[in-house]
Design a protein around this ligand. Sequence first.
Ligand code: PGA
Length: 351
Amino acid sequence: MWAPSSLASSQLSRLGARDLRGAAAVAPAAPAPQQLRLGCSRRRAQRVVAMAGSGKFFVGGNWKCVSARSASSALHAWGISLLDDSFVLKNHCSFVYPASSLWELALLFLNGTKDFVSKLVSELNAATLEPDVDVVVAPPFIYIDQVKNSLTDRIEVSAQNVWVGKGGAYTGEISAEQLVDIGCKWVILGHSERRNIIGETDEFIAKKAAYALSQNVKVIACIGELLEEREAGKTFEVCFKQMKAYADSITNWADVVIAYEPVWAIGTGKVASPEQAQEVHAAVRDWLKTNVSPEVASSVRIIYGGSVNAGNCADLAKKEDIDGFLVGGASLKGPDFTTIINSVTSKKVAA
Ligand code: PGA
């Protein structure tokens, strides 16, 4: 596992401890683990263990679009320099990220071309995926049709955003009705990039969620705290506030997957430790139990996002309240995304 851990392992675990003390009044009581029999007869002797929720494992790929041109400016702005077999992020610290080849790195930054999408779809079509996982990928709007027409039906397609209400004269927007028309079954809402860069509020996001659900578009509802909020011991407070906005608008949770994505972990290589993620997932499940219903708390999938990769997914997947992943960068490489999907096997042990 190569993820740099100087912040994540030491500093953030201290922060996590402080956070827990600050939120003692709402400290989660971990629900009793359930054992779920696998649907696949080939593995009848195996069980899914340690899932506090009863939902099927879920993995989403968020195919963010970075053009080659913006990538080179981003590299410059971030102080990244290329070495023979690694690239170095020099602005804040001296993390060194191995890249198996510069070609792989180039591919990452060429995401956003039809050729790239076509290659990725071919890799996914050829992959052997565990049966006990719901898999969804979210291309940029302009590639949804291409992906729908070429990707195996085994994988469903999501949008990365949707208009807040019924379609109409809203230049540049895409409505839920249009997503349905094109066969797009999911939408990601509340992603931190839309909250913190575009300025979408909790209430606006929740309204989008309610409208999308009313049109039978399923929702990946993101939540998550900024680094300064974690450092101030406000992780639970922020996540619960975001959850409350969703809960005030959503009446049917059957088509909702919650994605906990700490903002400090998104696209940074600083993955939350399995314990840090589990702590928040358990708290969110407990919040749902108290504020929505025990049934919803048990059935809703709570997935983790933020620098998930092929090397760290298995340890995260073992945690009882982690029901899958929302993956950005690593979802752009077919074999890595496949490994992440198949990390459901980490929840399986011989009976
Ligand atoms: P990341 O992105 O996996 O690249 O950190 C996650 C996301 O944006 O959903």
